[in-house]
Structure formats: structure tokens, C-alpha cells
Ligand binder design. Structure first.
Ligand SMILES: Nc1nc2c(ncn2[C@@H]2O[C@H](COP(=O)(O)OP(=O)(O)OP(=O)(O)O)[C@@H](O)[C@H]2O)c(=O)[nH]1
Length: 441
């Protein structure tokens, strides 16, 4: 909207060029700093409501620029020089961050104050020049990001996406138009620990950079791992206005790492956890047990006469027997229990949430029954049986190492007694449980 220059002012400022269509943003001040005129364009930067610069008339310029009220960045000498001493002919400039209402964004402006003679009267022309959009720095970064091989995304502090680059589109499958205005939640695979995001927001809100491996989902549903750095972006006012994320696909590296981790923690033949992982799970069970006063059990199983199977039917058949045993034991356990192959024909189990001896026996009996089902290989039925030792936390040991040792002792007792048995470790109370499986099956 163009604001007509009031006739009285036009008359007064007739020697100054004020075309109505002028795009120049300026104020005319008297020597007291009172605003006498505001160009239509200046309303875009300085008016609160309807961009009507006539509302500025009569206000003190110091109300608009607090710097003029004695801020040290506006030296007293210069202030008095220009506002109150109209004799000087030197100009003065200062920069400030303003708000461009038309574009709805902050801008960096230069205000230039210079004396102005109108009909032999001294005024001051305070003209505003847009030095750069406040987000210019950000925009320059985005321009460069267009050619960046990393996936770049810029979000507002309200977590809404404002920009994504072509590499982001390529990585995620989402076009820019589909992402702008949305949050990153669209990429969430649901496979990440919730704590990961808690840590992320904590760091970002505190103004710190966050780096992490994100497990994300592409538009086509496939999962990828993204190594991403997110840093807060501060605008010229020093206010956190955006988050800039830069990430790259590291799925291949992570998959190799997972494979190596799996190899380091699992037995090649059966795919079960190996000693390494078993001991780790044992430490976890021990920690949970003491924290929550929760019982758990360590069970050691050793196949009986396995050597004979190897010797008579060959190593390959022995391997199948071990794989079958592993599979059958696993079938009898819950997800949160562990069965590991610690070596040879020995399997070790951690049964969680055990509140009584009966709980353990129920599981062990199930295993024994399933194990003993005939295994047909090359037209023969191969019998499978095992000696089993049981130790329960905390009665038979307050740490994993002791429990494992005691379960092993109990297993040897069962083996010595002829095998195909399970035995619970004899506790301090000298209670002795021997259950004959032969009678049961
Ligand atoms: N096929 C096969 N055999 C293995 C493997 N690892 C160890 N063994 C064999 O498993 C046998 C385990 O020995 P033992 O536990 O003493 O044999 P056993 O006949 O079960 O003896 P008891 O436990 O006293 O009944 C050895 O002959 C090992 O060579 C493997 O990965 N595959």
C-alpha cells in the first residue's frame, strides 16, 4: 500500500525527492530526533501493524532505536553531534537486525544518518539499507549444500523442515516438496532406542552439537543407517533459530560391523551366542537380579556319549546333532532367556525371572523331552540325551561366575551318576535334589 505524503510535509520537504513509488526506506528527523516523515517503504521495517509509516510521525527516533538512548555502541559524542547539534555535516551509520514484514524474515539493516537541509532548515535523513537478509549466511550455506554429497536438512527450532538438499532426496527417496513443513519423524524407523532421541534433544536444546547413527526408513520402506551431525544455528541476534543436519549413509559399514560383531559373539556352527556373549548376558542377569531382587538360573548341559556319535557316524553327523540340539533347546526358551554353546557338546543357559526351583525344572523337563525325540539321520534314529546341572540365584551363588561353576559341578554329578539326569547344585543347606529323568520319560 502506498502512503501518500501529506501535503504539509510534501510542501516542507519539497526540495527532497520523495516519489511515492520510491523503494527507499527512510525517516526524516528534526534536530530533536522527532520523526517528521516516514517513507512508505520504511513502514515495512519499522511499523508494527499495518505498515503505515504516518504512525511513526511525532515519535522520538530513540523509541525505535534504543541505541540512540545512550547505548555505548552509539557514542554520546556522535549522538549529541547529530541529534542535538545540527551544525555537523558528517554522516553516521550503524547496523541493526530488523524484521522484514513483507518477507516475514529477519534482515540485517544499515541505518545511515545524515544532515539534510530543507528550505534552510536542518533535518536529518535516517535511511535504511538492507545489507543482507539475516538468513543470508544460512542461504549461502544452503546454496553450497545443493552440491554437497552429504544429505543436508535444515529445520526450525520447532522441528519443522525448511530445506533438504538433492543428496537428502536421493538418500531418503523423499522429494523436497514432500519434506518441507514436516518433521523428521517421517524417517523414524521405530528401531532406535527412545533414549537416543532424549539425548539428542537434550544436547541440541543446550546448544551443543549432536552426532549419532540414526536408523532411518526411506520412502520405499527400506532401512538405512545414517551417520548424522546436527548442530544448532544461531541467527544474527544470537538466538538459536535452526538446526542443521548433515548425514551420510553408513549402512554398508554398519552391516559389516554387525556381521563382525555377530561373528565375535556367536558360534559358527549353531548360530548360538558364544562364551563371550554368554558371559556378558550373565553379567546383565546378575546386575538385574541384585537391582530388582529377581531370581534367575544358570543351567549347564553336556550331551552324553557325543564322542561315540562322532566316531561311529562321522563329524558331519555330529555337527547336525549339535545344530539340532541347539535348535531344540532354543525352542523351549522364552525370548529373554539365553542359550549359548560354550564349546564342544556343552550348552549353557540363563533362565530369567525365576522365582522357584519348580520354574527351572519346568523348563529343563521340557528340554529333556524335546531333546530325546529321535533324530533320524541316514536311516538311523540317533538318541540324544544330556547331563544337566542347575544353579539358582541367589541361593547357589550371588555372582554369575559362582553360579556357572556350581551349575557345572552339578552337571558333573549328574554325569557321574550315569547321565541323562539333571541335578540342582547342593546348597549350603546340603539339600540334595536328584531327579531321575528315566522315570519321567
Ligand atoms: N562334530 C563335532 N564334534 C565336536 C565339535 N566340537 C567338539 N566336538 C567333539 O565333541 C566331543 C566332546 O567330548 P566329550 O564331551 O568328552 O564326549 P562325550 O562322548 O559326550 O562324553 P560324555 O560327556 O562323558 O558323555 C569330542 O569328541 C570333540 O571332538 C564340533 O564342532 N563338531
Amino acid at each position: 500500500m502506498e502512503i501518500p505524503v501529506p501535503d504539509s510535509l510534501r510542501k516542507m520537504f519539497s526540495s527532497v525527492c520523495f516519489p511515492a513509488e520510491s523503494k527507499r526506506a527512510f525517516l526524516v528527523l528534526d534536530t530533536n530526533g522527532t520523526i517528521k516523515y516516514g517513507s512508505p517503504e520504511v513502514g515495512n521495517y519499522l511499523c508494527n501493524d499495518n505498515n503505515n509509516p504516518t504512525l511513526l510521525i511525532g515519535q522520538s527516533v530513540a523509541d525505535i532505536f534504543p541505541a540512540l538512548q545512550g547505548d555505548l555502541s552509539w557514542p554520546e559524542s556522535i549522538r549529541s553531534h547529530y541529534i542535538f547539534s545540527p551544525e555537523s555535516d558528517n554522516g553516521f551509520e550503524f547496523e541493526f537486525v530488523g524484521w522484514n514484514r513483507r518477507e516475514g524474515r529477519e534482515v540485517l539493516l544499515k541505518a545511515s544518518l545524515a544532515p539534510l537541509e530543507i528550505e534552510d532548515r536542518r533535518f536529518f535523513l535516517l535511511e535504511l539499507f538492507v545489507l543482507a537478509s539475516e538468513d543470508n549466511k544460512l542461504h549461502k550455506f544452503l546454496e553450497v549444500s545443493e552440491f554437497n554429497g552429504d544429505a543436508v536438512a535444515v529445520t526450525t527450532v520447532d522441528e519443522l523442515i525448511e530445506y533438504v538438499n538433492p543428496a537428502f532426496e536421493e538418500l531418503t527417496g523423499y522429494r523436497k516438496a514432500a519434506m518441507v513443513g514436516r518433521t523428521h519423524a517421517v524417517l523414524n524407523s521405530g528401531m532406535q532406542e527412545p533414549q537416543f532421541f532424549v539425548d539428542m534433544w537434550k544436547a541440541l536444546r543446550a546448544g551443543r552439537t549432536f552426532r549419532g547413527i540414526f536408523v532411518n526408513r526411506r520412502q520405499n520402506g527400506s532401512i538405512f543407517y545414517e551417520d548424522k551431525i546436527i548442530r544448532p544455528y544461531y541467527n544474527a541476534r544470537g538466538k538459536m533459530s535452526h538446526f542443521i543436519a548433515s548425514g551420510r549413509d553408513v549402512s554398508e559399514r554398519i552391516q559389516i560391523m554387525h556381521r563382525l560383531e555377530h561373528l565375535a559373539n556367536h558360534d559358527c556352527l549353531t548360530g548360538l551366542p558364544n562364551r563371550n556373549l554368554f558371559l556378558d548376558r550373565l553379567r546383565q542377569a546378575e546386575a538385574r537380579g541384585s537391582r530388582n531382587h529377581e531370581g534367575f538360573s544358570v543351567v549347564v548341559m553336556d550331551l552324553d556319549h557325543f564322542k561315540a556319535i562322532n566316531d561311529t557316524l562321522g563329524h558331519a553327523v555330529g555337527d547336525v546333532v549339535l545344530q539340532t540340539a541347539a535348535c531344540r533347546i532354543r525352542q523351549c526358551l522364552r525370548e529373554e532367556d539365553t542359550v549359548a554353546r560354550l564349546g564342544g557338546d556343552e550348552f549353557s543357559l540363563i533362565l530369567t525371572e525365576i522365582s522357584s526351583t519348580r520354574d527351572v525344572m519346568n523348563v529343563v523337563e521340557k528340554i529333556v523331552v524335546l531333546l530325546s525325540e529321535p533324530l533320524a539321520i541316514d536311516g538311523r534314529d540317533i538318541p540324544l540325551q544330556a547331563s544337566i546341572g542347575i544353579a539358582i540365584y541367589p541361593e547357589h551363588g550371588e555372582d554369575g561366575h559362582t553360579l556357572l561353576k556350581h551349575a557345572d559341578n552339578a552337571m558333573y554329578q549328574a554325569k557321574t551318576a550315569g547321565g541323562n539326569d539333571f541335578q540342582i547344585f547342593e546348597g549350603k543347606e546340603k539339600e540334595h535334589f536328584i531327579f531321575s529323568l528315566q522315570k519321567k520319560i
